[in-house]
Design a protein around this ligand. Structure first.
Ligand code: KG4
Ligand code: ZN
Length: 354
């Protein structure tokens, strides 16, 4: 009888301590995530030292739970996968130490995985038969980029953000509006009762050809909408109705830019599917716009479940399955690397300067 391939995926690159077991590259047997949002909320961003300390406390219980929920022991695993780039090095090292210890103790192959590439490949966990090539949008707090996924394990970056990531723009916008961190979900909630046409906010599309993103001007426009330059300071904070309208208009501007760039990329490249990943891929308005877009919904739309969009261990195990099929494993002295595989620079993710 064939023994299924079972990979444990560990993720600690930012503020989620996560572990999951994935069978045969797409059957998610367990997917355990502990979010540190409460620890970082008052700083409105991730504090690296607090994040790595919390990972250290949580990693073993989280891995133990992922194995228990999958009803497996470490000896049953085919391999141990772990995010080794990009991310905050102190955070990456915690997950890597756990993964290396398990791999060494139980004599399993270790597979180091690129976190951004794991987001790019998430569509293949949700739909293993997703027709390729696929256009993939990765939008989170640290990254916003478009990729062409040619085949499993081979992708090409088409464009990336020149300043803020989409999630970062939502986090900063929420902060200006006095809404809680993280900004994406709180702007989405506030926008539910707002009018998205109430305020005219800019859509920065760069030049006509560009598939890059820029969100910093939008944040500044919101600031000046709240407090016009040269005007006397506001006497009272915006009303709940104003906040709802501002949130809806702001969210619409972010979504409009993402949709416009996806359309541009889909026109230029002969893709068969469109998939999304990263925390911003959880956004209801983005999902609704994709589903109703006459040009984009002609492609096979793969909108993974929310549990696979934000940072998680299942996507790490999923990409490791592809690497293993090609015989790619990592040495036990694998290094943690701050930047992504493509060599692109990573903005420090919402790091709080103190
Ligand atoms: O992928 P993720 O969990 O971590 C990073 O790699 O950054 O993404 C976190 C980001 C945050 O900026 C958060 O505001 C955003 O994803 N986010 C959302 C939603 N849920 C989380 N943005 C828009 N709509 C949401 N529902
Ligand atoms: Zn991520």
């Amino acid at each position: 009888m064939r023994v299924p391939e079972r990979i444990l995926g560990i993720e600690t690159s930012c503020d989620e301590t996560a572990a999951a077991v994935v069978e045969d590259g797409h059957v998610v047997r367990s997917n355990v995530v502990h979010s540190q949002i409460e620890l970082h909320q008052r700083f409105r961003g991730v504090v690296p030292e607090i994040a790595s300390r919390s990972h250290t406390e949580r990693i073993l219980p989280i891995v133990t739970r992922a194995l228990a929920e999958a009803e497996l022991s470490p000896a049953d695993l085919t391999a141990v996968a772990v995010t080794h780039r990009p991310g905050m090095v102190g955070c990456l090292l915690v997950g890597m130490a756990a993964a290396k210890a398990l791999a060494w103790r139980f004599d399993k192959p270790l597979v180091g995985v690129d976190h951004v590439q794991a987001h790019v490949h998430t569509g293949l966990i949700a739909e293993p038969d997703m027709p390729l090539p696929a256009l993939c949008l990765v939008a989170s707090g640290g990254h916003t980029a478009l990729y062409l996924l040619h085949e499993p394990g081979r992708s090409e970056r088409l464009g990336t953000t020149r300043d803020d990531a989409a999630g970062e723009a939502l986090d900063k916008g929420a902060s200006l509006l006095g809404l809680p961190y993280p900004g994406g979900p709180s702007i989405q909630a506030a926008a539910a009762t707002g009018d998205r046409d109430a305020y005219k906010l800019p859509r920065t599309l760069l030049d006509k050809e560009s598939l890059d993103f820029s969100f910093s001007g939008l944040k500044t426009a919101l600031l000046y909408t709240l407090q016009p330059q040269g005007a006397p300071p506001r006497k009272s904070p915006p009303s709940p109705e104003e906040i709802a309208d501002l949130a809806a208009s702001y969210q619409e501007a972010v979504v409009d830019v993402l949709i416009t760039k996806l359309r541009r990329a889909a026109e230029r490249h002969p893709v068969r599917s469109l998939c999304i990943g990263g925390g911003v891929a959880k956004n209801e308005r983005l999902r609704a716009r994709l589903a109703s877009d006459g040009r984009l919904n002609r492609l096979r739309l793969v909108l993974p479940p929310l549990s696979l969009c934000a940072d998680n261990g299942a996507m790490i195990a999923g990409l490791a399955a592809i690497a293993l099929r090609k015989g790619e494993t990592s040495p036990l002295d694998l290094d943690a690397v701050a930047t992504p595989q493509s060599g692109g620079k990573t903005k420090p993710r919402r790091r709080v300067r103190r």
